[in-house]
Structures are given as C-alpha cells and as structure tokens.
Design a protein around this ligand. Structure first.
Ligand code: ATP
Ligand code: MG
Length: 563
C-alpha cells in the first residue's frame, strides 16, 4: 500500500471520534482496532469494507490492527475458512499486528462468569429456549423474571460447574446475566451468557460443552487486546449497552464500540449464509466462482487489491444503510486496470478474412504499443499474415448506417497494421452462412495511415490465423438478474432471481501469440472488448482459460469517434 493511500481519507464520523480521543488523550494517543470475522464462510466484499476501515485506520494513525477469529459457535466453523480469511486479508494488502482467537479466551471468560455469579450478577436458568423467548416480553410490555433468577450465588456456582462438567444435555440450562427484565432494550433483559452445546470445536476440541454467546465474548475480547475503537456494523448498535454493561461489571479496560452502515451492492446477495447456500446447491462452482461477491471470487475474476481499496475509500463510511450500485465497483477496477493492464488483441467470435493481394507465406512483425496509459510498458511485435481472424461482429454484409467496420466495398483499419478493403464474401452454398471474407490491403498504409490522407473511420482488432492461440473465454454477467435479489414476494426465495445467463463460455477464441506464456492470474485488456485474466484454477499450458473481469465501457463510441 502506498503512502498516498495511507494518508487519512476525508474525515468521516469514525475518524472524527478518533481525532477527538487523540486530542483529549483518552487512550494516550493509542489507536488499536481489530477485524473480527467468524470463520463460518469465505469473506465477501462487505468484509473488505470492514478490513479497509480497520486496517486502514490503524495505518493512518500509526496504530495497530488485530485479526481475531470470533470462533464461539463450534458447529459452523472450520479451518478451511480460517485459512481463506487470512489469505484474503493479506491479498487486500494488510498484515495484522496480532492474531487471536476468541476461543483462546474461553478460560478467562469462564473465570469472569464465575466472578459475576459470585457478585450476584449472573444466574443459572432452567428455562428452555422457547420459555426464555416467551417470557422476554414485547416492545410495550416488560418481560417476566425467570423463576430461577433468585438462586443464591452458591447454588449458581454449583450448577454452572455442573454445566461445564457436562452433567446436562444441550439446551436444558443457560447462564444469564441478571440485568433488567423491564429494560426497553431487549438485549438487557437478562441475556444469555452461556449455552450448553456438546459439540467439537475446531480449536478446543471437546474441552468445552458450554459455549459463550457473542455478546459475552466480544467486548471482553476487545478489552483483553486493549482495543481502543471497536468498529462494527449497525446491527450491533443496540448491543452496545450490553457490551458496556459487561466490561463495566467486570471492571476491565473499556474499548469504545462504534457502528457504521454495512455495505450492500446491487445484483448480489452478501450474507455468508446465502453464499454458502449458493455453493452447496451448486448454483456456482465454489466460493471462488468469479461471479461470487467473495474476495476469493473477485480475485479469481481479476480484480486487483488496489481497485478494492480504492472502491472502499470511494464509498466511505456512514451511519445510514444504503445500496451501492454495482457500477461503482466495476468502475474502480476499470480505472485501475486501465493504468496497468497490457493491451493485446483477442478475437472472441472468429471470422476468417483473406487478404488476397498479400503474398502467401509472408509474415511481418508489426510494432504494437502495450499500454498507451503507461509508456514504460513498451511495445511488442505482433505477426501479420495473409489470413487473419476478426470478430464476426466486425463484418456486416449489409451494413447499417454509420457502420464503420468491414462491409463489401468498405475500407477499415487493422489495428497496428494496414488499411484493408472488403472485396467479396465466400458463403457456404448449402446454408448461406459467411465462411470467409476477402479483402485487399494497401501496402502504403503500414501502421494504419494512408499517405494520401484519405479518412478511414473504423479500426478493428485481428489475430493472424497461422499464429493464433486457441483459448476458452468465460464471459460473466451478474449472478442475479435484478438489482435487489432479496426483494421477493412473501413465500418467495432470492434464488428465483438467479440469472440463468450469468456465464457464457466461448471455446474457440483466438489470441495473439504473445499470450502463450501468460501465467495464471495475468491481467490484460483485450482491445475493444474488456479486461480479462488468466484463470488461476482451470487454465493449463496449451489450454488457456480467460475470465472476463469487466467489459470496457462505451468501447464502441470511443473507438468509432477516434476515426
Ligand atoms: P454475514 O452477515 O455476511 O454473515 P457477518 O456479519 O456475520 O457477515 P462476520 O464474520 O461476523 O460476518 O463479520 C466480520 C466483520 O465484518 C464484522 O465486524 C462485521 O460487522 C463486518 N461486516 C460483515 N458484513 C459486512 C458488510 N456487508 N459491510 C461492512 N462490514 C461488514
Ligand atoms: Mg457476524
């Protein structure tokens, strides 16, 4: 990450709070954040926003940022997810100062629970989950005190130890904080701190059969790590009083929880539960399917970490939920790849043209500029010969008005090459289908300009038949066909909005030979078509597979205007 990027962004409400804390000396000028994913799935673009925010702030203020796995829910968590999360954070360009697991705090949390029991602030409750819910009250009515609320500390201690020792089946008892069943905030109506769950944990194995709830874990984990600013999404806003209650009751270091609006994007879903469902039901090829909004998916699709960070900086943080247009994300990757991606020529739907006055067997190497946006990228040579592939779309036997590409009698510029004029069309006598197109070239126009100054509007790309590499190209579209796939009528399912045409696979694409050695992950611009990358999973030497990262916006108008 460049120092340019690490400079403070415009001062949003979170940075304002930090600036005020630094000015007042609240934490002695210390800034320590954390990113706390639950390892129950792969990270998505929403997480990228949280990562850029937490790690970005630490960087800007010369502070620290921890990675903490919030692994309190044994049934859903796996090592595979832990590994992928670390890979994704690093890919985004960040490195954690400390690595922690909430499960490392299980002993400490247990001791703290004992402390609250002894102080009469927590009790073992024998109500079932349903009964707890039934007695919780409503928005307008207070809840009912549990009949077990007034157990003595000694009785509670004994029962809690038995819970830990595995004496009771799942769901038969909980440990609850004794707060206020009449609180207007439901989270303070004697929240559950521990539940009984006889389940293997991915790190602690079968050591525990009671597991702490999120609220009983999160603030104390922050406190143990001396996090100064605990940044989370808005749905935790009404958990903050409980967060504060626990750390105050324990008398431990008090981090400040700050909430911001989560990122939502059009044309996708962004919850791990739904993404897991798409993977399990095979609507996509896996967590890293390039159509997925996961970090693994967009990485495989060809997005750059720079583009992701620029996107996160651009959308900023706010207190209000909104939905970001997919375009904003696509423009971020276009802007980045425009600067760095080498231009190459690739024909996706080939049509053969024969330059009848070009000597048979002759090959010329033409100079081509690798990236007009980056002179340092230099030039390369592309072979030109008598038989070339062009796009089927670049030829019309009966051209519409203002069609500046190939058509009978019409002249067009071959990128980096010559002006050619279409002379005739060879068709399959049976089907009438165009088999090939015959042209003549003007030998005086090498490089693309006519010495007599005659105007030729159109420029098209091409690949020499004898030198072409055949590749598979995967064209991706939105995974969902509507902007808000989760807006479904009652009883509906977001999956009914899956776009059946989100992947189009072309298997006979023709690429210029400079791509022969392109390593998996290489990103290029196919001129006039879009940005593409070599697939990291399926591409093999001699059998290349390219993913379309994003199309070029307005490619036509731009090129046709250039003349
Ligand atoms: P999901 O709802 O997708 O399952 P989550 O909130 O359960 O996500 P966590 O692993 O708990 O996922 O999230 C880790 C951190 O990332 C949390 O601080 C959470 O607030 C943040 N986060 C999750 N989703 C988003 C989002 N869409 N935008 C911004 N931050 C997010
Ligand atoms: Mg969560």
């Amino acid at each position: 990450m460049s120092t340019e990027e690490a400079r403070p962004q415009s001062v949003d409400f979170i940075r304002t709070i930090i600036n005020e804390d630094n000015a007042s000396g609240k934490h002695g000028g210390r800034v320590h954040t954390r990113f706390p994913p639950e390892p129950n799935g792969y990270l998505h673009i929403g997480h990228a926003k949280s990562i850029c925010l937490n790690f970005g702030i630490a960087k800007e203020y010369g502070g620290k940022c921890n990675l903490r796995f919030d692994d309190t829910n044994p049934a859903k968590e796996e090592q595979e997810y832990v590994d992928s999360i670390m890979e994704d954070v690093r890919w985004l360009g960040f490195e954690w100062d400390e690595l922690h697991y909430a499960s490392d705090y299980f002993d400490q949390l247990y001791d703290w629970a004992v402390q609250l029991i002894k102080e009469g602030k927590a009790y073992v409750c024998d109500l079932t989950g349903d009964q707890v819910r039934e007695t919780r009250g409503t928005l307008s009515e207070p809840g009912k005190n549990s009949p077990y609320r007034d157990r003595t500390p000694a009785e509670n201690l004994e029962l809690f130890e038995q819970m830990k020792a595995g004496k009771f089946p799942d769901g038969t008892r909980t440990l609850r904080a004794k707060i206020d069943m009449a609180s207007p905030n439901f989270n303070l109506r004697d929240p559950v701190m521990y539940r009984i769950l006889h389940a293997e944990h991915h790190r602690t194995g079968d050591k525990w059969c009671i597991y702490p709830m999120y609220d009983w874990t999160h603030g104390q984990s922050d406190s143990l790590e001396r996090i100064t600013h605990s940044i989370c999404t808005l749905e935790f806003e009404n958990h903050r009083p409980l967060y504060d209650w626990y750390v105050k009751a324990l008398g431990i270091f008090h981090p400040q929880q700050i909430e911001f609006a989560r990122l939502n994007l059009t044309y996708t879903v962004m919850s791990k539960r739904k993404l897991l469902e798409l993977v399990r039901d095979k609507h996509v090829s896996g967590w890293d399917d390039p159509r997925m909004p996961t970090i693994a998916g967009i990485r495989r699709r060809g997005y750059t970490p720079e583009a992701m960070r620029a996107f996160c900086a651009e959308i900023g943080v706010s207190k209000y939920d909104g939905v970001i247009e997919r375009n904003v994300l696509e423009n971020a990757v276009r802007a980045d790849l425009n600067k760095r991606a080498a231009r190459v020529m690739a024909v996706l739907n080939p049509l053969k043209i024969v330059i009848t006055n070009y000597p048979e067997g002759q090959v010329e190497m033409l100079d081509a500029v690798n990236n007009p946006e980056d002179p340092a990228a230099g030039t390369r040579q592309v072979p030109f010969s008598r038989e070339l592939y062009v796009e089927q779309d670049d030829f019309r036997e009966v051209p519409p008005k203002k069609y500046y590409r190939l058509a009978p009698g019409q002249e067009v510029r071959l990128r980096w090459g010559y002006l050619v004029r279409c002379t005739d069309v060879v068709k399959d006598p049976a089907t009438g289908e165009v088999k090939e197109v015959h042209c003549t070239y003007d030998p005086a126009t090498r490089g693309g300009n006519a010495p007599d100054g005659r105007k030729v509007q159109g420029t098209i790309h091409w690949v020499s038949v004898a030198h072409a590499l055949t590749a598979e190209v995967r064209l991706y579209d939105h995974l969902f066909k509507v902007p808000a796939p989760e807006d479904v009528p009652p009883g509906g399912d977001y999956k009914q909005n899956i776009n059946p045409d989100s992947l189009v696979t072309l298997t006979n694409c023709k690429l210029e030979p400079s791509l022969a050695q392109a390593e998996p992950g290489t990103r290029v611009q196919f001129e006039r078509t879009g940005y593409f990358c070599v697939d990291t999973v399926d591409s093999k030497p001699g059998k290349p597979v390219f993913n379309r990262t994003v199309s070029l916006r307005d490619s036509w108008t731009k090129i046709e205007k250039k003349g």
